[in-house]
Structures are given as C-alpha cells and as structure tokens.
Design a protein around this ligand. Structure first.
Ligand SMILES: *[C@@H]1O[C@H](CO)[C@@H](O)[C@H](O)[C@H]1NC(C)=O
Ligand SMILES: *[C@@H]1O[C@H](CO)[C@@H](O)[C@H](O)[C@H]1NC(C)=O
Ligand SMILES: *[C@@H]1O[C@H](CO)[C@@H](O)[C@H](O)[C@H]1NC(C)=O
Length: 322
C-alpha cells in the first residue's frame, strides 16, 4: 500500500505530472443535445502531441477518426440515455489525462390538442394538451412548461407535467372559430426547446334568442297581418308554427315569416313559433287579438243617432219657442 503510494508520488514528481500538466484536452461540442436515435460527432483536441495514444472510451462500438492532436467520435444512432463519452490521452509510463462529454439525449414529441369535433355552446367541456413522449437523459419528468391559450388570452398553464387540461363552458360568440394554441417548452442541457400545436374551435348552439313579432297585434276583419319569428343558433334553425287557423296564411323567408290576408275572427289566438336544429328546439309565442268592427260601428251609429235626436230636438224646441 505504502509502496504503491510512494511509487505514485515518485511518478507524479518525475515525468507524469509535468507531461500531464503541460497538456490539456478539449471536446467540442462539450454538452451536445441530441434527439434519441439521432447522430452526433464529437471532436477531442489536445494542446500537445507528445502523448503515446489518444482515444475515446465508450460502452458501444467506436467509430473514430484521428489526426495529429485530435480524435473524433461519430455516434450515428444515440440510443443510450445517459452516454458520457470519455476522451483520454496516455503518456509514456502510466500517466494519462482525460475529459468527458455529456450528451443530452432527449425525446420531445409535438404537443397534441384533444377537443371534441363539435363543442356545444353552454355545455361544459374541456381541452387537453398532451406531450405523448417526453424525456431528457434520465429525467422522466424534465423541466417542462405547457400553456394553453385562445388567441392571445392565456387559459391555463402547468409546470413539470407532460399534460395540461382546461375546463370551460363554451360560448358561441366568444369561442367559435377561435384558435387554441398549446405551447410547450423543455429544458435540455443549456437550451430550451419549443414546440406548439394549434386547433380551431368549432362551437355549435341549440336555438336561442327566439322571439315572435306581429304587426299589427290587434286587428279588425280583412286586415293584413305579418308575423315574424326570429332566432339564433348554429346551425341556423329551421322554423315551424302552431297556429289557431291555417286558412289564408302564407309563409315566406323559409317559414320565418307568415302573412295573414285577409284576417278573420278565426285568426284570433296564440301564434307559436318553433325554432329547431339538431341540438334542440326552442319556441316563442304571441297573442294576436281580433277586435270586432261591428261593436264600434254600432256605437258610432248610436252616437250619430243620439246627436241627430238632440239636434232635431233642439231645432224643434227653438221653433216651438217662437
Ligand atoms: C417554466 O416556468 C418556470 C416558472 O415560470 C421557469 O422558472 C422555468 O425556467 C420554465 N421552464 C422552461 C423550460 O421554460
Ligand atoms: C340574445 O340577444 C342579445 C342581443 O341581441 C344578446 O345580448 C344576448 O346575449 C342574446 N342571448 C343569448 C342567450 O345569447
Ligand atoms: C282571442 O284569443 C285570445 C287568446 O289568444 C283569447 O283570450 C280571446 O278570447 C280570443 N278572442 C276571441 C274573440 O276569440
């Protein structure tokens, strides 16, 4: 034991140390980042040429090229997650120097955005962004950040997870046709790699904002009445009606408008419009009221008759006074 130690010290003091001290090794690139299965070429250079041998120490079959003061290592297919190739220069006797490269092997697939092909307005739903394969060297969960945004608005973000979820209640006006962007950043060695994915939201909606308008709402016999149903929805709704009477009713504008002409007393009643698409049906209604012309006509006749009586009575009385 002591003998070995002394021998080592002797060696260091005589020629190993001076030789080794004069010489330096450098690898370029020193910490390359390589995708799993990819290739990389490392070049080891020496500041001196008086070594007896320069070499790469690796656990797999070497593919090297060398010249004076350098030796390069070619790795065509990086399949070891934690490779750290060692470059060694040996000197006369047992002296040697070495330096190590660290290869940052990684796997980082494009993010996938999962969302229903049709999202229904007002019904809670979720968007998932997932990175199916993600690894950096021996870190199963590397330093990863994921964010989900709608246009420029950040919806949710996560750190250290390969997947991110966003729950929401879609709104036709706010969300339809907007872009959902998932961005992922992974730290690999000294670099930060970016990948992103984009999907467009397709929001559908059962009919809403259904209303019925009638002009006029009160009518007399033979009048012309126009009744209109308005609704929104995606796809745009189809219309149908529940009517007090179907006679002398005409439809137009894809059954959205109905015209009654001439209106009769039997047209009096409740007009119900149904707006329908594949996601649902909604209705609205209006009362259209018939006003009997006869009564006002009788009233007018009575008033005129009374006035006539008063007038004639007045004249008669005037003549009698004379
Ligand atoms: C992720 O975000 C955290 C906090 O904002 C930050 O410190 C970290 O550097 C980010 N990592 C990457 C890979 O961008
Ligand atoms: C109905 O329409 C009005 C404006 O026309 C709008 O403000 C409102 O949000 C709509 N209702 C729904 C449920 O979208
Ligand atoms: C007209 O219809 C309304 C309901 O919409 C009803 O209350 C009213 O009695 C009806 N009038 C006539 C004259 O039928």
């Amino acid at each position: 034991m002591t003998a070995v130690l002394l021998l080592n010290i002797a060696c260091l003091l005589t020629f190993c140390l001076p030789l080794a001290e004069l010489c330096k090794l450098a690898i370029h690139p020193k910490a390359p980042i390589v995708e799993f299965g990819g290739s990389v070429k490392l070049n080891c250079t020496s500041t001196c040429t008086n070594y007896t041998k320069m070499d790469w120490e690796v656990s797999f079959e070497r593919d090297v090229q060398e010249g004076e003061g350098w030796i390069s290592l070619n790795i065509k297919n990086v399949t070891e997650w934690t490779t750290q190739p060692l470059c060694v220069a040996k000197f006369k006797g047992s002296g040697s120097i070495h330096t190590r490269a660290v290869i940052y092997v990684y796997q980082f697939s494009n993010p996938d955005i999962y969302l229903a092909s049709e999202i229904e307005s007002g019904h809670s739903d979720k968007i998932i962004c997932n990175i199916s394969s993600l690894r950096v060297r021996d870190q199963i969960l590397p330093n990863v950040n994921i964010s989900l945004s709608r246009g420029a608005i950040l919806l949710n973000s996560s750190h250290g997870e390969p997947s991110l979820e966003y729950s929401f209640v879609p709104n036709l006006i706010r969300d339809d046709k907007t872009e959902i962007i998932c961005m992922a950043q992974v730290e690999v060695g000294s670099e930060v790699l970016n990948k992103s994915a984009t999907r467009t939201l397709n929001v559908v909606a059962s009919p809403y904002n259904v209303s019925v308008l009638a002009n006029p709402m009160m009518y007399k016999a033979d009048a012309k009445i126009v009744v209109k149903c308005e609704a929104e929805g995606k796809p745009f709704p189809e219309f149908s009606w529940d009517l007090p009477s179907n006679s002398s009713v005409e439809y137009s504008n894809n059954i959205q408008i109905l015209t009654i002409h001439p209106a009769q007393s039997f047209h009096n009643g409740t007009y119900r419009c149904l707006a329908r698409n594949i996601y649902g049906t909604k209705s609205a209604q209006i009362d259209i009221l018939f006003q009997e012309r006869s009564r006002s006509w009788i009233a007018a006749v009575v008033v005129v008759a009374l006035l006539a009586v008063v007038f004639t009575g007045g004249i008669f009385w005037y003549h009698c006074r004379k």
